[in-house]
Design a protein around this ligand. Sequence first.
Ligand code: SF4
Ligand code: SF4
Ligand code: FES
Length: 538
Amino acid sequence: MPTFKLDGKDIPFEPGESIIKAASKQGIEIPHYCWHPGLSAPANCRMCLVELMPAANQRAMMLDIVEWDPKLGDYKNVQKPKLQPACQYPATEGQEVRSDTSAHVLEARKHVQEFLLLNHPVDCPICDQAGECKLQDYWLEHQKTPKRMRDEPVHKSKAVVFGPTIVYDGERCVMCTRCVRFMEEVAKDPVLDMRERGNLNEIFVAPGRQLEGHYTFMTEHVCPVGALTTKDFRFKARVWFLRTAKSVCQGCATGCNAHLDFDPRYNKAYRYRPRDNEAVNKHWMCDEGMLSYRAAHEGRLIEARLGRKASSVDKAVADAKKRLSDVPKESIAVVLSAQHSLEDNFAFRELARAMGTTSLYWSGAGTGYADDILIDADKNPNTAGVKELAGSAKTYAQLLDDVRASRITHIVALGGITPRSEPEDATALGMVGTLVVVASHEGAFSDASHVLLPATSWAEHSGTYVNKKGLRQIAEKGLEPQGASRPAWEHARALAKALGVDIGFTKLKEIRTALIGVGAPPPSAAQVAPAQTPAARP
Ligand code: SF4
Ligand code: SF4
Ligand code: FES
């Protein structure tokens, strides 16, 4: 692979790659605002300027400038090298590039910073971006001087509602056009643009339109400063109190990689942000996925129930045992769930085996909107995982048919959610003699349950999900288990123990070992990381 030198270090690059991209792949950040790894490079912020050293037989391109000489007490004519934007300049074999080691570059960064902050309101104490703002970070790294301008700054529109999800603050905007380019290049809906000139520049929404659709949250995510905020996260939390877990979106079969940001003091999730993965979601998530972090708290089942009455977990397990003992094995159905992890599904498949029933079914959410950007019609995170474990399992519709025909009289179901919840389905579920449900979220199964055991959600335990491409991905634990909930595989083990059958495992580690060899290889250790402080935005 060809290489160039950046501050004396060899940097490999793919032909055609920009200097900034090649450097960022090596974990070296060249300061930038307008560049984003997933978007085109307009080179308009000038923060990424670097010095390109001439080859032995070449002359450097120099610019005539005037410089203040304190000894002379006057300006004098000098020359300085013409700096180039690293975001647009392609890397070339053997090129020597100076970034942090060039006095000219350091000087330029300082001035770009000062220029960008001339009219900036500096309302960091009430800005949602504070703590993860590039203006703040780069001021500290590359400027560190107080504001010199004493004039009234230019005022622009504030708190402009761009649409149902996004609010714009013109005074905080650095006109990087990342939001404009995202809507045009990724969302394929060029609804944003820039108007006016110079310090009157503003981002605006096309007349007669609003910023809407399935990818509006991404405009806020790519904004390097606090100019775009989501109505959902605005004024809700300070980011330095948040911790993050490497998660996987549960919204559909795409399995977008995400950061789940939560406040450990309140055991509360506050937002989802995309986690870069070129093979799955690149740098993006859809709006439905970004809001799906709410499912960590909404629609949850966190207490055991016997019918509609609250119960302890132990009592519920004892009741399940009573109801399932001495029942003909072929009348008992075990239902897997595409909403739950591979580990949970494995545990229930093993429970079925231990109980001696071969009547396996699977359930989960139904289908919905799809596009050719990210969103899949299958609204389950683990359909492929269930198919790996039990390819011949029958569908929810077949389960209801078998119940109506009295072939199935007892059900042990993982997951509360079903593909549909029509009145006639509820009537069929009402015919079941015993319905034992282990679930994290409410649904038709939990509504009709005789015994309910509360399971931890994907946010409260480490679990593996197989996306539609067959990729196994781990969603790490962020929150502590809520209420009496515990991992569904633990409930499966408790049920097996109560029924006096051997389920074959006692620990998560044993389940994971058993899963090696079933379908795709297990996720690498790199995909498993402990909760950490939120990662910097690109
Ligand atoms: S709103 Fe944000 S992303 Fe859009 S141009 Fe302004 S600073 Fe850039
Ligand atoms: S495309 Fe699917 S997996 Fe990705 S963010 Fe949206 S709902 Fe989540
Ligand atoms: S990042 Fe290169 S000019 Fe903006």
